[in-house]
Each structure stands twice: as C-alpha cells, then as structure tokens.
Design a protein around this ligand. Structure first.
Ligand code: ATP
Ligand code: MG
Length: 268
C-alpha cells in the first residue's frame, strides 16, 4: 500500500515562517487534488487554526487526554484540508515525551493511509514534543533565514535531530531569501557548520522570497498560488507542494528504526 508522506516543518527559532509555509503548501497541495492533513505541532499554543480563521471545538489536548478520538478533533479547512488543532495555553503538552504522545503518533501514522500528505507545523525550540513529532516523520523541512540567530537555532535543531533520529532525512528551506543564489548561500553557511561538526549537511530543498501576499493569501483562506498566482512566492510554494506529493511514506511504518515510541526521551 502506498502511504502519504509525513512531513514536519521545524526551525528552532520561532517566527521564521513555519505556519505560513505549512498553510500555503497544504492548500496548494489540496488544490492539486491531494488529500491533506495539517497537524499543529506547537501542541500548547494554537497557530494554524488562527491563521486559517478556523474555530476548533476540540483540540489535540482532548485527543491526548482521551476525551475524543483523533478523527473527532479534526476540522475542515480551505480546499478540504483537514486540520488537527493545537491546544491554546497548555504548558504541559510541549514537554510530553514519546510515551505520552503515543495517542497522537499512532493515529498520525494511520492517517498516512488515507491522506496523500500529512504536514506537521512544528513548534519553535527543541523541546521534547517538537523533537518527538519531527523524529516520527518521514522528512523534516528545516526552515531557516539569513538571520544569524535563525542559523544558530537551525544548527542546534539539526544537532538534536541527528542525535535523536539519525536516519531522519532533513532538507533545508530558506525563507525571506532575495532569490535562489541568495538562498543557496544561506543554505551553504548552515551546511558548512553542519558538515564540520556533524559530518553531514542537509540538502537544499528550496526557498521563499519575502512576499507580503504569502501571509495575505492565508488570511483569505487561500494558498498564495490561488489568491495571487503571479506572486513571487507562488512558484516556490507550488514546487514544494508537488515535490512533497511525490514523496511517499514507507509501506510498513512499524519497521522504521526511528519510531520514537521505543526511543529514549529527547533531551535538549
Ligand atoms: N516569505 C514571507 N514573506 C513575508 N512575510 C512572511 C514570510 N514568511 C513569514 N512571514 C511573516 O512572518 C511572520 C511569522 O510567520 P509564522 O507565524 O509563519 O512563523 P512561525 O515560524 O510559524 O512562528 P512560530 O515559531 O511563532 O510558530 C508572520 O507575520 C508571517 O506573515
Ligand atoms: Mg507557527
């Protein structure tokens, strides 16, 4: 059986554009006919439902507390995407370790049987829940900007993922780049440090330019490709959506050595 890819977007540093990237790529992929699930992986601070103007009745906290099933907490977003909302103001959830997150991880793996793409909007930082969720995915997109603090935090995230999930593929997306040459230079500076200290550097996946219409599109509940087809970020969002749809998850998820349920808890 082919399964949809389970992909997380992480950054270490907050505010670099993860939620906007996830929302746009999700709606763009749905516009291509894909069945898309978005999980707000910033478990204690709701982001994605706010950005998409959705009003959740239940959240991931209800799922983890056993108050409802995974499917009962899902809400419909633009273009038929499904969204698993995060809780608003639950300090304990981001500290959850693999065993406590099983109630989310197992339905997430199962969801890849009926969705073509499952996107996890990771929280900032390298706390246990962020690392556990990213480690459980088939691919982590590491979002970075030229800001030195973003590069430093991206490297720190890479280091933690390399330790907790050594076989997890990580690819770099550059946000707020002036163009491809600029983006590749930013990727290079991260890659050099990673190569030196970790012995490997994550490949370049793509970039997004600074584009006010990217955020504006989401407030209209559309992907930038639909609201503003001529926008500078449209082409890159479409490219990323198509790429993620070509990726498939493993036929047997339980066979993955990185299944975090059996791993030691991450420490940051
Ligand atoms: N390519 C872009 N062009 C213009 N504005 C952008 C771009 N990417 C992100 N932004 C803006 O940057 C701000 C932060 O974006 P976003 O909320 O997506 O970041 P985040 O990484 O999800 O933050 P957090 O870590 O707090 O969840 C938002 O106001 C968003 O509209
Ligand atoms: Mg966010």
């Amino acid at each position: 059986m082919t399964r949809g890819a389970l992909v997380s977007v992480v950054s270490g540093k907050g505010g670099v554009g993860k939620t906007n990237l996830v929302a746009n790529v999700a709606v763009a992929a749905a516009g291509l006919g894909a069945r898309v699930l978005v999980v707000d992986g910033d478990l204690g601070l709701a982001n994605i439902d706010v950005l998409l103007g959705l009003t959740p009745l239940r959240t991931v906290a209800d799922v983890l507390d056993g108050n409802c099933s995974f499917d009962e907490a899902l809400i419909a977003g633009p273009r038929g995407i499904r969204v698993m909302p995060a809780a608003s103001g639950r300090m304990d959830l981001p500290t959850y370790r693999p065993a406590s997150l099983a109630g989310l991880l197992i339905p997430l793996f199962e969801a890849t049987e009926r969705f073509d793409l499952v996107l996890v909007d990771g929280g900032a930082g390298v706390g246990p829940a962020v690392v556990t969720l990213a480690s459980a995915c088939d691919l982590a997109l590491l979002l970075v900007t030229r800001d030195p603090t973003s590069l430093a935090d991206a490297y720190a995230t890479l280091k933690v993922l390399n330790r907790e999930a050594p076989t997890l593929p990580v690819e770099v997306m550059v946000n707020l780049a002036r163009g491809e040459i600029d983006a590749r230079a930013i990727h290079e500076s991260l890659g050099r440090v990673a190569k030196r200290f970790l012995g490997k550097s994550p490949p370049y996946r793509g970039y997004l330019p600074l584009d006010a219409r990217l955020a504006e599109a989401v407030t209209r509940q559309q992907a930038v490709v639909e609201a503003f087809p001529g926008a500078s970020s449209s082409e890159e969002i479409s490219r990323l959506a198509r790429y993620l749809l070509t990726r498939r998850g493993p036929a047997q998820r339980g066979a993955r050595p990185m299944l975090p349920i059996n791993q030691p808890s991450p420490t940051s």
